[in-house]
Design a binder for this molecule. Structure first.
Ligand SMILES: CC(C)(COP(=O)(O)OP(=O)(O)OC[C@H]1O[C@@H](n2cnc3c(N)ncnc32)[C@H](O)[C@@H]1OP(=O)(O)O)[C@@H](O)C(=O)NCCC(=O)NCCS
Length: 430
């Protein structure tokens, strides 16, 4: 290298010395916020390793003392009081009736056998019954456990949001077709986005989408927003599917290892919430999406970087946020409602559903969940006005670490006072 070998040797030596002579440049330390460095993947892995290590001792201790805590009989007893009566499962099976009513109504509307007004009336009736019927059954039937009730109401709420979306999208397709027909367009079908069509195998256009197969694909797909042609992935990746399945099975084990800490502070409660976020929004949804080859995997965005409460609600639960924007918020804005009124209406509806999903299965109406959700509006205003950057991010984390366990504690306390004060086994367990 130094002798250079040939005519170019001197030039190479010069290059070398020019490079080694300068070894400093103006730059920030990586951990400084002024540096543009943002890759903290190693730190995240360190957190996971620390979490596993700090819980391993507890996990082993539990295993030796109590054996495996994930007892399938116990899990089943959360859903069932009496093994001969399966009210929650029966309710979920009955929900198919509402799906058939929606599909049948859409077919009639597409054929022009019923008017838009009659179709809307049928939908209003169908959607109202979807919310009221399981509520009445859960309240009246003592054999339904709180977990079974919450699961059933969750299924019905998801179905309500899905069928609402189904109604809107099919109506938009009809309006589009009519507008096109009026403007003498030759195309009678609903267009799809050009980028999406490239990865689609079969392209459906209205009213060809009104089939049982299409309806049930939407019912099981991990989204609340209906579309005629969902983006699809090319194949099912078995490795990916198994990894998500493994993660889903890990959650009850980690949760059990935290049991002894649960009563001490709100931090384990918060950790369990984080683990469930990962399990539900990442593992389960990706598992279902992979199985159905559902292409849009944006189930959450980086809510952990939220510097405002608004950013948190825009990014933490994307399926619900997407539904709120598409079927509630934007239609309200289009009808001339102000931004604040529309936002308040969305949070009011969300507060209603949160309360519905907690109060009905527990059979007690305390409005803690409702108030917690409605409190997001003034909290969002406060954080946006007075806190910026990292302070805003810390405020969002604090509201999650403290606010949510307080609401849970309120319900646990009230449930204990009203239902189990006299039951020595439950008193001992708490
Ligand atoms: C209420 C809520 C929908 C507001 O969402 P947001 O993103 O803050 O609303 P923004 O005002 O920023 O506007 C969003 C969209 O509306 C559009 N928009 C805003 N004002 C508009 C107007 N006057 N006319 C038409 N469109 C308008 C914006 O362009 C934007 O469109 P884009 O999505 O295509 O970019 C959101 O906070 C939310 O989803 N809240 C409830 C969340 C919830 O309960 N989740 C439950 C989890 S368990």
């Amino acid at each position: 290298f130094f002798s250079g070998g040939g005519g170019g040797g001197g030039k190479t030596l010069l290059d070398y010395f020019s490079l080694v002579i300068l070894c400093h440049k103006l730059q920030e330390s990586m951990l400084s916020s002024a540096s543009s460095f943002r890759n903290y993947r190693g730190v995240l892995n360190w957190c996971v390793v620390m979490l596993v290590l700090s819980n391993a001792r507890l996990f082993l201790e539990n295993l030796l003392r109590y054996g495996i805590l994930v007892d399938p009989i116990q899990v089943v007893s959360l859903f069932l009081k009496d093994p001969y009566s399966w009210p929650a499962a029966c309710l979920v099976i009955v929900s198919n009736v509402f799906i058939f009513v929606a599909l049948y109504t859409e077919r009639k509307l597409a054929m022009g056998s019923i008017s838009e007004k009659v179709g809307l009336l049928i939908y209003i009736f169908n959607l109202t019954v979807i919310l009221c019927f399981p509520m009445v059954v859960v309240l009246k039937l003592p054999s339904i456990t709180p977990v079974g009730g919450a699961f059933t109401l969750g299924v019905y709420t998801i179905l309500f949001l899905k069928l609402y979306s189904y109604k809107d999208v099919n109506r938009w397709c009809r309006v589009r077709t009519q507008v096109k027909a009026r403007s003498l367009s030759r195309s009678l079908s609903c267009p799809s986005s050009p980028s999406a069509s490239s990865c689609m195998q079969s392209h459906v256009s209205y009213p060809g989408n009104l089939s049982l197969r299409d309806m049930y694909y939407f019912v099981f797909a991990p989204t609340l927003c209906y579309e005629l042609n969902f983006p699809r992935s090319e194949s099912i990746r078995m490795g990916f599917l198994l990894r998500r399945l493994f993660e889903m099975w890990m959650v009850p084990i980690i949760r059990s290892s935290m049991k002894p800490l649960q009563v001490c502070s709100c931090v384990p409660n918060h950790l369990i919430w984080l683990i469930f976020f990962y399990c539900f929004f990442h593992s389960s949804m990706n598992f279902v999406a992979e199985l159905l080859r559902f292409g849009d995997r944006e189930f959450y965005r980086d809510w952990w970087n939220s510097e405002t409460i608004t950013y948190f609600w825009q990014n933490w639960n994307i399926p619900v946020h997407k539904w709120c924007l598409r079927h509630f918020y934007k239609p309200l804005l289009r009808r001339g409602a102000g931004k604040l009124l529309s936002q308040s209406a969305v949070f009011f509806a969300s507060a209603f559903f949160h309360e519905y999903l907690v109060s009905v299965p527990l059979r007690m109406f305390r409005l803690w969940a409702f108030m917690g959700m409605m409190a997001q509006l003034p909290l969002a205003w406060f954080v946006a006005k007075f806190l910026r950057g990292n302070y805003g991010n810390a405020a969002v984390w604090l509201s999650l670490i403290i606010g949510q366990p307080i609401a849970v504690l309120m319900y646990v306390h009230d449930y204990y006072v009203t239902h189990c004060q006299d039951d020595p086994t439950i008193t001992e367990a708490l």
